[in-house]
Design a protein around this ligand. Structure first.
Ligand SMILES: NC(=O)c1ccc[n+]([C@@H]2O[C@H](COP(=O)([O-])OP(=O)(O)OC[C@H]3O[C@@H](n4cnc5c(N)ncnc54)[C@H](OP(=O)(O)O)[C@@H]3O)[C@@H](O)[C@H]2O)c1
Length: 247
């Protein structure tokens, strides 16, 4: 990774992206997403068509920094999420920082339509977390309870602020949110997004879902850093209503 326009040496994404946002009273939140040049985040229902080796390094570096990875249930379903896996070097770096080898993945879901027999749950080395509502289907809770920590926040929809508080109580200081757009929108509307690490893929794909769904209105964002890695632009952006460590 090197700053855009520089001719400096390539730097490890882990170093360039290491400073996750921090926040008093709750974990800091960085959204990590990839989009096409024309702003689309899914091709044929998934994000894989947008990525490549350079993007994968950025994605894994971000994931490796997290105390908890947060994700919407539809992304787990459509992208067939597996358990968190990292390279030996990234696991080593986590242990060196005093973190467990792998971060737990926390899925936000009201419906609890999640397959308890999927490798996401059965092969996870860090016990997954399911964040749901108090009115969630009791059978769904009973099905997932043996394979995940099921926590509730909110009655008919997940109160994401309370959910973050609970993750904080469990020791998380840094949460990396891997989307998708619906969860991103809910997080943005609640003022819970401190940073967005946006990889821009050098491809135009036409119509499709966008980074954030259902914004109330325009939100100012400042560019905190801009890098290039493996042919992808990597922008670190700070929404005006999130934490602003430099303010
Ligand atoms: N390009 C990228 O980097 C990237 C990253 C991630 C995803 N994606 C793409 O984005 C698409 C999926 O995104 P999406 O917007 O459809 O879905 P999503 O944000 O992944 O998940 C939405 C689901 O999360 C749960 N949820 C979110 N907020 C909630 C709340 N406040 N209370 C209760 N439940 C809540 C609900 O689950 P239940 O339905 O279970 O109740 C909801 O249906 C896929 O095509 C995926 O490939 C792209």
């Amino acid at each position: 990774v090197r700053p855009i326009g520089s001719t400096g040496e390539d730097v490890d994404p882990l170093t360039a992206l290491a400073n996750l946002p921090t926040r008093d009273g709750r974990p800091g939140v960085r959204i990590v997403m990839i989009q096409s040049l024309d702003g689309v985040v899914a091709v044929d229902g998934g994000s894989r068509g947008l990525g490549g080796p350079g993007d994968m390094e950025v994605y894994l570096a971000n994931r490796s920094l997290a105390d908890v990875v947060l994700v919407g249930a539809e992304t787990v379903r459509t992208e067939r999420y597996g358990p968190a896996r990292l390279t030996p070097a990234l696991i080593e770096a986590r242990i060196h920082r005093g973190q467990p080898p792998l971060p737990p993945i926390a899925v936000v879901s009201r419906s609890l339509e999640l397959d308890a027999d999927a490798p996401f749950f059965t092969e996870a080395r860090a016990r997954p977390i399911v964040i749901t509502t108090t009115d969630a289907d009791r059978d769904g809770v009973a099905r997932l309870d043996p394979v995940a920590d099921v926590i509730t926040a909110g009655d008919d929809r997940v109160d994401l602020s309370r959910a973050l508080d609970e993750l904080g109580r469990r020791g998380a200081r840094h949460v990396v949110c891997e989307g998708g757009p619906t969860l991103n929108g809910a997080m943005m509307r609640a003022g819970l997004v401190d940073e967005i690490c946006l990889t821009v893929s050098p491809v135009l794909v036409g119509e499709g879902p966008r980074l954030v769904a259902g914004l109330d209105g325009p939100t100012d964002v400042t560019v905190h850093a801009a890098h290039e890695h493996g042919g992808f632009a990597v922008l670190v952006l700070r929404p005006s209503n999130g934490a602003n460590p430099d303010a």
